[in-house]
Design a protein around this ligand. Structure first.
Ligand code: KG4
Ligand code: ZN
Length: 337
């Protein structure tokens, strides 16, 4: 089965062609970072309009790169939520209409299921069951995964998502948007001994996260120590270490609690180098397996939507003719394959 996918849930237009026999045939990505940079974050209406401009040309490019004619497609997948409703509607409208015009099925994919299954695009794929740490700009959760659509949320953030905390802290350090990669870069010049930030919610049982206090901690530290370059780097370093350590502690706990020996990292924040290194150490110490996507498939992309959509289309799922998108959508509402 050959599937064309459209990801347009936020500030990236991602298109991919995935073949269930041959794997990923092509993928293109257009990032709107430059467009939103001057506002310090994503402006939803500008995002929607840019998806309108970019989606069709990118589809043409992805089909060409995959050496595929429209008539060779067996299905279309598009991100149907959660995300910015206007942005989602662009991909859903184009995807559903294209599928109708070609007489093939369409499937609306859950964005976080896309992230969750992105490690399946790699040569070394995790087997089920596993524990997944899903860390993006909008979500932070630990999930027990027993199969596609068989998700049990073990813990979530009670306030800011991990990526959101990176972005907000970057903003107060006057770094650009998105903040995760910028904090990570600056942190490398930081002195890890100078400041120690708390590891929120680790001194009590449970798998919930809370990151909003760390941003406030960064602000107070900045106000007390000045905003010279070295201080900013030291704050970036302390902040990143606190977030990463907290996630390592919670992952260890989730593995203990479930008795599982496989850990999957996914979502934009899983591109973080320090997170990968510390999780690799956890995996080595505990003798368990660790999986994560290559960095370009950690952040938003079309390939993960193509993979997830293809699995659901193969199982016979599909959308009716109406075009639907959902700003909010719980992962646990998905049907098990
Ligand atoms: O998954 P994603 O591309 O979009 C959402 O679904 O939200 O995640 C974007 C988030 C942003 O908050 C960004 O700052 C963060 O992922 N991010 C990182 C890194 N790369 C992206 N955070 C920490 N370190 C990184 N290297
Ligand atoms: Zn995402």
């Amino acid at each position: 089965m050959r599937v064309l996918a459209i990801e347009s849930s936020c500030d990236e237009t991602g298109i991919a062609v995935y073949d269930s026999e041959q794997g990923l045939l092509s993928h293109t990505l257009y990032s709107q970072i430059a467009l939103h940079q001057e506002y310090g974050g994503v402006v939803p209406e500008l995002a929607s309009r840019d998806h309108v401009r970019k989606t069709l040309p990118l589809i043409e490019q992805a089909l060409q790169d995959a050496n595929t004619r429209r008539e060779q497609l067996d299905g279309i997948a598009y991100t149907a939520g959660p995300g910015l409703i206007g942005a989602l509607l662009v991909g859903a409208t184009i995807g559903r209409s294209l599928a109708w015009s070609l007489g093939i099925p369409a499937i609306g994919v859950h964005h976080m299921e896309g992230h969750l299954l992105a490690p399946m695009l790699e040569a070394q794929r995790p087997e089920f069951p596993f524990v997944a740490l899903l860390v993006s700009g909008g979500h932070t959760m630990l999930v027990r995964v027993d199969g596609i659509g068989r998700y049990q949320i073990l813990g979530e953030s009670v306030d800011d998502a991990a990526g959101e905390a990176f972005d907000k802290t970057a903003k107060l350090l006057k770094l650009g948007y998105p903040g995760g990669p910028q904090i990570s870069r600056l942190a490398q010049q930081g002195n890890p001994q100078r400041f120690r930030f708390p590891r929120p919610m680790t001194n009590r049982p449970g798998l919930e996260f809370s990151f909003s206090g760390l941003k406030t901690f960064a602000l107070t530290t900045l106000q007390q120590n000045g905003d010279d370059e070295q201080t900013k780097a030291d704050i970036a370093c302390a902040f990143e270490e606190a977030v990463v350590d907290t996630m390592v502690i919670k992952c260890r706990r989730a593995l203990e609690q479930t008795g599982l020996r496989r850990l999957v990292l996914a979502g934009g924040v899983s591109a973080n180098r320090s997170l990968r290194q510390k999780m690799a150490k956890l995996a080595a110490d505990q003798g368990m397996e660790l999986f994560y996507p290559q960095p370009q498939f950690c952040t938003d992309n079309g390939a993960m939507i193509a993979y997830a959509g293809c699995q659901r289309l193969l199982a016979g799922e599909g959308e009716p003719l109406q075009i639907t998108a959902r700003a909010r959508w719980r992962l646990e509402e998905l049907s098990a394959l």
